[in-house]
Design a protein around this ligand. Structure first.
Ligand code: ADP
Ligand code: MG
Length: 506
């Protein structure tokens, strides 16, 4: 008999949630020593498929083979015993325990007095072998998220996993940490172990994988050898149509009235360090002003000052002539897509319907004489779900159960549908896949074309260039200059982002 060179085969897997077919007869396989990319838009069913492998969800059809042998996996303990390791999108570490305690959690013999020394020794060997360094005695909550991920990976390697699944590992990593991860993955596969990496970063998958399997809407779309893959090819498979972040037409806008006017605005960050330094900005009706810059150069404070969530230390801000003095809660005035949709944009354990009205639940038609009118609230939510193509079985679903792209659609519907005079979008596409990104871009462009003033903050230069009428580069709380979005040069912006004035290149 021929030796089976597949570490893992999942065949014909189906998983159904109420109203959603999350996996629809999906098959994937992963060879020994291979890095397999699992690619798909938010909600495509990637995490669900891997959760089946890890024994978290039962599949209603299909089977799993490891090394060619069929296995039944009904719980994570069984998955681990079969050599499956999993690093979830949201880590499962115990924050208050040390690294080494987390690593041996669940495998130490409870009857014996715990001797951590041999375990530490083994962990340090693994750190060295895979070049993922962590201090075994450090308490987990004190570690930056990147290091916490190393702990999760080391924990799986400590259990001698044969197949390691990483669910969107680089979403929380800095570029340097992502490089370290790639390096570790090479060590892992060099030892004959297999890695399945979930991501929607195309460039990264092309760099690190041997093959890529694409899912869409719960269905298997195809598997291609990475050597034959291009970003465009993968994106088209993922979205089902050709996509790109190209600049679309910005029709000229008549009569551009200044809407947002900031004069000499100074503000400090949470630690009291100056974050905005005499910042001046005007955003007109019918234009998108993009704020380019490396994260942490005052972008957050800028958005917070305009929305009234942070007090300026000096200067003035007016919106349509009215000074901003406190939090703006008038939905016809300001639409605000905050940087962290899960913390400030949404109440995760509220339904879609309730999230749609958190800003004006006390107003007609949602309330009458202080009594909420649920029929109206639900009807409104259904309208919004339809209009903004939120993928959900109904309006009562908690937003926690929506994919990132669909959560963002709920925020956008609530904030922008009232047609405010000013839109602030802070990193509105962060963490979204290409299809969802292009959807958000289309909506912002539509906002501009109806006459909204749009302030668009993003650390992704490509999308700032694709979307903006003007680009302001923010560096260390100061404007480095104001460029025409149509003609701006990527290299020039790049240098301005590092604090060099544009005339240097002239
Ligand atoms: N526990 C759950 N309950 C209900 N629906 C779920 C649950 N987990 C996932 N879903 C739904 O299943 C679909 C696939 O989700 P998921 O596997 O998380 O996608 P991906 O990881 O590709 O973004 C989505 O429509 C999602 O809303
Ligand atoms: Mg997922």
């Amino acid at each position: 008999m021929e030796e089976n060179n597949y570490a893992l085969q999942m065949q014909d897997i189906t998983v159904e949630f109420p109203g959603v077919l999350a996996n629809d007869h999906v098959s994937i396989d992963c060879k020994k020593g291979e890095v397999l990319g699992l690619l798909g838009e938010n909600g495509a069913g990637k995490t669900t498929l891997m959760n089946v492998l890890y024994g978290l969800y039962p599949a209603t059809t299909g089977r799993i083979l490891l090394d060619g042998q069929e296995v039944k996996i009904n719980a994570p303990t069984e998955a681990i015993a079969h050599g499956i390791g999993m690093v979830h999108q949201h880590f499962k570490l115990v924050d208050t325990l040390s690294v080494i305690e987390n690593v041996i959690l669940g495998i130490s013999d409870k009857k014996q007095k715990l001797d951590l020394e041999p375990a530490k020794k083994r962990l340090l060997e693994l750190c060295k072998e895979y070049e993922l360094y962590v201090d075994p005695d450090e308490i987990v909550w004190k570690l930056p998220v990147g290091k916490q991920q190393w702990v999760e990976i080391l924990k799986a390697l400590y259990r001698d996993c044969k197949v390691l699944v990483l669910d969107e590992p680089t979403a929380v990593l800095t570029p340097a940490e992502s490089d370290q991860l790639c390096n570790a993955i090479r060590h892992i596969t060099a030892k004959g172990r297999s890695v399945i990496i979930i991501s929607h970063k195309l460039r990264e998958l092309i760099e690190i994988t041997n093959r890529v399997t694409v899912l869409r809407d719960g269905k298997f779309i195809g598997t291609i050898d990475t050597k034959d893959a291009t970003e465009l090819k993968l994106a088209a498979m993922m979205v089902g149509r050709p996509v790109s972040i190209e600049r679309k037409a910005h029709p000229p806008f008549e009569n551009p009235e200044p809407i947002l006017v900031m004069k000499d605005v100074c503000a400090v960050d949470d630690r009291g360090v100056p974050a905005l330094k005499n910042f001046n900005l005007v955003v007109h009706a019918g234009e998108i002003v993009g704020i380019a810059g490396v994260d942490g150069n005052g972008q957050r404070e800028l958005a917070e000052c305009i929305s009234g969530m942070r007090k300026m230390t000096s200067g003035s801000i007016t919106i349509k002539g009215k000074p901003v003095t406190g939090v703006i809660a008038d939905p016809s005035f300001l639409g605000f897509i905050p940087e962290d949709r899960q913390k400030t944009g949404l109440v995760m354990d509220f339904s879609i319907a309730d999230n749609m009205i958190v800003k004006d639940y006390y107003n007609e038609p949602f309330a009458h004489k202080h009594v909420l009118r649920y029929k109206e609230i639900k009807r409104h939510a259904r309208d919004m779900i339809k209009k903004y193509h939120v993928k959900t079985p109904n309006e009562d679903v908690h937003v926690r159960n929506l994919s990132g792209g669909n959560q963002q659609k709920v925020v956008i519907a609530r904030e922008l549908d009232p047609e405010p005079v000013l839109d602030i979008a802070a990193h509105p596409t962060r963490g979204l896949d290409l299809g969802a990104v292009s959807n958000v871009h289309d909506i912002l462009l539509k906002e501009r074309n109806r006459g909204a003033a749009v302030l668009f903050i993003s650390a992704e230069l490509q999308e700032v260039m694709a979307l903006s009428d003007r680009i302001v580069v923010l560096y260390s709380g100061e404007s480095m200059g104001d460029l025409n979005g149509e003609t701006a040069d990527q290299q020039v912006i790049g240098q301005m982002m590092l604090g060099q004035s544009p005339e240097v290149q002239a």
